[in-house]
Design a protein. Structure first.
Length: 114
């Protein structure tokens, strides 16, 4: 493969569903408060701006020989990688040593790929 294009996003984890589970401690089937635990289902979401940047990168890179790497700065590894490259906000697109912050225009991104 040719160049690697890195797209830095902030995938935030949000709770989509919460439920409580417990087990009966007596023969009567009553659930005691000390056996109840909260179970949450979560989902990672990104902003509309980050979705637009990813869509632009994916559509323009389909016809080329590029590898797209999506890096989330919501975890320690992603934060450290972003900090080492001097990235302070998302979305940021990195090709080689060149950075584009925000959602670039199609022409800007094409110029970056050349």
């Amino acid at each position: 493969m040719g160049k690697t294009i890195e797209v830095y996003v902030n995938a935030k984890e949000v709770i989509t569903q919460t439920s409580f589970e417990g087990r009966p401690l007596t023969g009567a089937g009553d659930i005691h408060y000390c056996s109840v635990k909260e179970i949450s289902k979560t989902e990672k979401i990104i902003s509309e701006e980050e979705k637009a940047a990813l869509k632009l990168v994916k559509t323009l890179c389909e016809r080329g020989d590029y590898k797209i790497q999506i890096i989330s700065v919501s975890n320690l590894k992603g934060k450290m990688k972003a900090r080492l490259k001097g990235i302070k906000s998302t979305p940021t697109i990195v090709v080689g040593n060149k950075h584009l912050v925000g959602v670039p225009k199609k022409e800007e991104f094409e110029a970056l790929l050349k």
